[in-house]
Write a protein of this length. Structure first.
Length: 339
């Protein structure tokens, strides 16, 4: 019977809000630090099986991103700005890692940590690694987002999701919040995403989504983070990732076609690629122990040799915002062209 592993909860007071994070190993043994970042509408529970499998060899820490799980939302301001976006989550993660390590890991440090991100967490982790490369010694991306939602093969499903989140935002608060917290919606998502035939694991996934899919601070968190999660990608910063990167993908992942995953990987010079051909977007549940083994091999083994980038980045006049898989890549392309 799969159960929630033991973990120690701690809190950190940030600038106007409180973040809660979980240690999956608290002892005096000297071990490498691994920080993990969960995906959209998730919390630390989504990565707990991987964390539990690594706790004997690593200090594993998973924060609930601001606004999700037990962490408080970013404080609202008087304007109409969207606060729960990639840029603010990157800023949060940078400060969180600095404070977690008592300032030992910072943007100008001579060494970094191991950072793992799943799904939307892969976007946040990759952007942090691109902006502050000294802080990330090795990067692990599980189910990385390689293309915007409207660029993949599941455009219809993306449009349904857009309608759902748009409706939940426009309805009166009570109705909108009930729609967002609906167990029926969580169950539909579970069925759509799950590929395993193991009945025990399927039940575990359903129960996890029912218990934690709706653990968010307030409705604005969901609407703001959803817009960011469907438009921002790992691909837009892939050429800037110079540290060793482990990519763990699912062959049936609706959030990124194998073609877009392959193209994105071609822009990362020091990469190792691992794929589960029959798994979709829930690698962190369906292949948690296998993933933990791959992570351990990657962190303890030699760094991948640099490879030549064979596929050139598109020119500015061919990249198409919002419909191309390279949405938001334009700033990167411009830096490369002007450099």
């Amino acid at each position: 019977m799969l159960e929630n592993p033991r973990a120690e909860r701690r809190s950190m007071r940030m600038d106007g809000y409180k973040v809660r994070y979980w240690f999956y190993d608290v002892d005096t043994t000297r071990k490498p630090l691994v920080v993990m970042v969960h995906g959209f509408r998730g919390d630390h529970h989504g990565l707990q099986l991987i964390a539990d499998a690594l706790r004997d060899r690593y200090h594993v820490v998973i924060p609930d991103l601001p606004g999700f799980g037990r962490s408080e939302a970013f404080p609202a301001d008087q304007g109409e700005r969207s606060l729960h976006n990639v840029a603010n989550y990157v800023a949060f993660l940078r400060e969180f890692i600095e404070r977690l390590t008592d300032g030992a890991i910072h943007p100008d440090a001579d060494h970094g940590i191991a950072l793992l991100g799943h799904s939307f967490g892969s976007v946040v982790a990759a952007h942090l690694a691109a902006d502050y490369p000294a802080m990330v010694q090795r990067l692990i991306l599980v189910n990385p987002i390689s293309e915007p939602a409207l660029a993949g093969d599941r455009v219809l499903a993306s449009q349904v999701a857009d309608t759902y989140y748009s409706l939940s935002r426009k309805l009166p608060f009570g109705l909108g919040d009930r729609l967002l917290r609906s167990d029926m919606v969580a169950d539909i998502m579970s069925r759509e995403m799950t590929t395993t035939e193991d009945p025990e694991l399927r039940e575990y996934i359903v129960n996890q989504h029912r218990a934690y899919f709706n653990s968010y601070a307030e409705r604005r968190v969901i609407t703001e983070a959803y817009l960011s999660s469907t438009s921002r990608t790992v691909a837009e910063v892939a050429p800037l990732l110079k540290m060793p990167v482990l990519l763990i993908t699912g062959g049936k992942d609706p959030m990124g076609s194998p073609r877009s995953q392959r193209r994105m990987a071609n822009w990362i010079t020091r990469r190792r690629e691992e794929a589960f051909p029959e798994v979709g977007h829930l690698i962190h549940y369906e292949k948690a122990y296998e993933t933990a083994h791959l992570v351990d091999e990657f962190l303890t083994g030699p760094a991948p040799d640099p490879v030549e980038i064979h596929e050139e980045l598109p020119s500015l006049d061919t990249a198409k915002p919002n419909t191309s898989q390279l949405t938001q890549l334009l700033p990167v392309v411009k830096r490369r062209r002007d450099g």
